[in-house]
Design a protein around this ligand. Sequence first.
Ligand code: NAD
Length: 247
Amino acid sequence: MEIKNNTVVITGGAQGLGFAMAQKFALMGANIALIDMAQDLLNTACEQLTQLKGVTSNIKGYAANVTNESEVENVFNTINSDFGYIGVLINNAGILRDGMFIKAKDGKVVKKMSLEQFQSVIDVNLTGVFLAGREAASHMIESGKGGVIVNMSSVARAGNIGQTNYAASKAGVVALTTTWAKELGRFGIRVGAIAPGVISTAMTDAMKPEAKQRMLAVTPVGRLGESDEIAHTAQYIIENDFLPAAW
Ligand SMILES: NC(=O)c1ccc[n+]([C@@H]2O[C@H](COP(=O)([O-])OP(=O)(O)OC[C@H]3O[C@@H](n4cnc5c(N)ncnc54)[C@H](O)[C@@H]3O)[C@@H](O)[C@H]2O)c1
C-alpha cells in the first residue's frame, strides 16, 4: 500500500516510537492523525511535524484515551470524516508498570503485584489495541479501500522477569494480530505486528536499570535500537502487499 497521500492514524503518536513513525510518514507525503492522551505533547508534536521541511500534508492531533470505548469510537469517526478515509492504523499506545509478580524474603511473601498494576497495563496495551483496531478496521471495510494495521508488540511477549503485566499484554497483541490477519484479509486489510527489543525512548528511560540490562543482554546487536529503525519496519509492513505472507 502506498504511503504518499494515504491517511495514517497513530495511537500514542505524540512522542517516542509513534512520533518517529509520524515523522517518517509525514516526510513521505502521508496525512497524519495522531491520537494521544497528552494534549500538550500532541500540540507540540503536530507543530513539529508541520514545520518539517517539505511537509505539506494534513497533520492533526486528537486527544483520546484508548482504554475508553466511546472516546475511541468518537475519535475514529471524527478522523474518518476529517480525512475522508483511514488507510493505515499504527496501534502503538502502550505503557509499562514493571514489578515482580511476588516478592518474598526469608520464606515470607512481602509484596504481590496488585490487580490494579496488572489491569492498568492490560487496559492500555491490550484493550486499547483491541478498541482502536476494531474501529479502524470498521472504517477500512466501509470505505471499500482496505488498509493496513500495524500493532506494537515487544520481545517481552515471550516472558520477561518483572513484566507479568506487560509480557501478557504483548503476547495478547500477537494473538490479536494473527487472528485479525486471518479474519480481515477478505476485506483487503493486512495486519502485522512489530516486536521490538529495547529502543531508546521516554518509555525505556523509565525502565528499571536491571530490566533494561536483562533485555540488552539478549539483544543480538548489543545496543539499544533507534526509533527510526522501528519506523522503517512499519514502512516495510505497509508497503509490502504480500505481508502477512504466512502465520
Ligand atoms: N521503547 C521500546 O523500547 C519499546 C520496545 C518494545 C515495544 N515498545 C512498544 O512500542 C510502543 C511505543 O512505545 P514508546 O517507547 O514510544 O512509548 P512512549 O511512552 O514514549 O510513548 C507512548 C505514548 O502513548 C501514549 N499513551 C499512553 N497511554 C495512553 C492511552 N491510554 N491513550 C492514548 N495514548 C496513550 C503516551 O501519552 C505516549 O505519548 C508501546 O506499545 C510499547 O510497548 C516499545
